[in-house]
Design a protein around this ligand. Sequence first.
Ligand code: BTN
Length: 234
Amino acid sequence: MKILFFKELLSTSKKAKEIANEVEPWTVVVAESQNAGYGKKKRGWFSPSGGLYFSIIIKPEELEELQLLTFAAGIAVAKVINEKFKIKACLKWPNDVLIEERKVCGILTESVIRGKMASVVVGIGIDTNIEKFPPELANTATSLKVELKEEVNNKEILDAVLKELRDMLKKNATAIAQEYRLYENTLGKKIKVVVQGKEIYGKAFDFDQKGDLIVKLKDKQTIKILEGEVTYNF
Ligand code: BTN
């Protein structure tokens, strides 16, 4: 595994996508801060120094089930937070890591296809040593420093997450799906899901084998969500 450290980047995922075809699998791009970090739906990702921002380049032929990679990354982060700091971190489907319903980590999986080469870039942003969030995030985000009231070591967390993720990806899809259920806290909740701009209200009922979310609507019909943004308590 090769780790490339940068003091500052626009975005570790942007950089990782640029170099994906020239580097070995499991090259990791890390930055102390990002000037144009982005998340799902191309939203900006708050990336001041203090946080942990990294993107892992993986070549898909190593993976049994690509869709589960997004779960595996979430499990790896949740597990490290639980085990290292004894804080209860859960996963909101598919892979937002929450501490008491506040987001502490976001993960974005993107594929890069150039010619015949395919790679996957898994971008992970963990709010580690962030003390203060901008007003728009103040009620929904938290950091490890806020929760623990002390500094954490970004390098140790990075190494632990990378190790967990590697171990996780040696497992088969069934084992990953089982482990996911230990950390998720979405099932059983009344939720709103926004799918391509459309709002769907219902109860998070189950996951299928691929990890898609099954939602039970008011009229008891069930629908499958492949990708969408979930909000709790609706
Ligand atoms: C989300 O919207 O929840 C996903 C956020 C992903 C943020 C990380 S930070 C490291 C990497 N570089 C980026 O620009 N984005 C990802």
